[in-house]
Design a protein around this ligand. Structure first.
Ligand code: ADP
Length: 235
């Protein structure tokens, strides 16, 4: 069986700079891929290519065998790739249930999951009928993931989801992401500098350096990879 998401030799140049310089990997449904690397190594740009906000200079991304890259975000979104941002965009006086209903409108024919299932997976069952502004900042962050899941994605991209969280909140977030991946079969790509959060969460870790893949493997393999320790983890 072929992988859900196939990233083939993706290059993204900005003028003379190859921000992403020949990255390939595959991801199966329900798998969590952790993306790490020093600042400027191309993580954000790669997420942008996956999300469709950057057209790759060369190479391509396919989802279920269909091209998901190029032609702006439209292809990625219609293929079922959803992104959440580092920032918490408040939905203010709206309740989570109301916000989820609006997000369901973005499914464009893809099957989705009931609001209650999404909320329960993320530990937000009690938050459904509360206004967004009344939630803790950690719960608001989970709510942004709930909204992304309400669009019925096959692939979920998380950009530094644990930033600003304490250890307990980050562990709850990791457990919630694992449940969502496992129960809904969504593939997840997560960028985060917090190794205590990322390593237990990821099935596979991809280490980037200067736009390329320095190493990839299980978290245990990555932790013991000398090139990775020298260039990154040992910093
Ligand atoms: P990371 O997320 O790992 O910190 P980025 O993807 O943000 O890395 O950046 C990778 C490289 O690409 C850096 O050298 C950065 O300066 C460059 N870069 C990123 N975005 C742009 C852009 N829009 N225009 C020009 N250069 C960019």
């Amino acid at each position: 069986m072929s992988a859900l998401l196939v990233v083939e030799d993706v290059v993204k140049r900005f003028g003379g700079v190859a921000a992403v310089d020949g990255v390939s990997f595959t991801l199966d449904a329900g798998q969590v891929l952790g993306l790490i690397g020093p600042n400027g190594s191309g993580k954000t740009t790669l997420l942008g290519v996956l999300a469709g906000t950057h057209d790759p200079t060369s190479g391509k991304v396919t989802l279920d065998g269909r091209t998901a890259s190029g032609r702006g975000a439209h292809r990625a979104v219609s293929a079922g790739i959803a992104r959440t941002f580092q920032t918490t965009r408040l939905f203010g006086t709206w309740t989570l249930r109301e916000a989820l209903r609006l997000a369901h409108g973005e499914r464009r024919g893809r099957p989705g999951w009931p609001d209650e299932q999404i909320a329960n997976l993320l530990g937000l069952g009690d938050a459904l009928d509360r206004p967004g502004a009344s939630l803790t900042s950690a719960a608001q962050r989970l709510a942004m993931i709930a909204l992304a899941l309400a669009t019925g994605p096959r692939v979920l991209l998380l950009d530094e989801p644990a930033v600003g969280m304490d250890g307990t909140e980050a562990a709850a977030l990791a457990a919630a992401v694992r449940r969502a991946a496992g129960e809904l079969g969504v593939a997840v790509v997560v960028v985060d500098h917090n190794m205590q959060f990322l390593m237990p969460l990821a099935d596979t870790v991809l280490v980037m350096a200067a736009g390329a893949v320095l190493a990839s493997g299980t978290p245990a393999q990555i932790r013991s990879d000398e090139a990775v320790i020298a260039s990154y983890l040992g910093e």
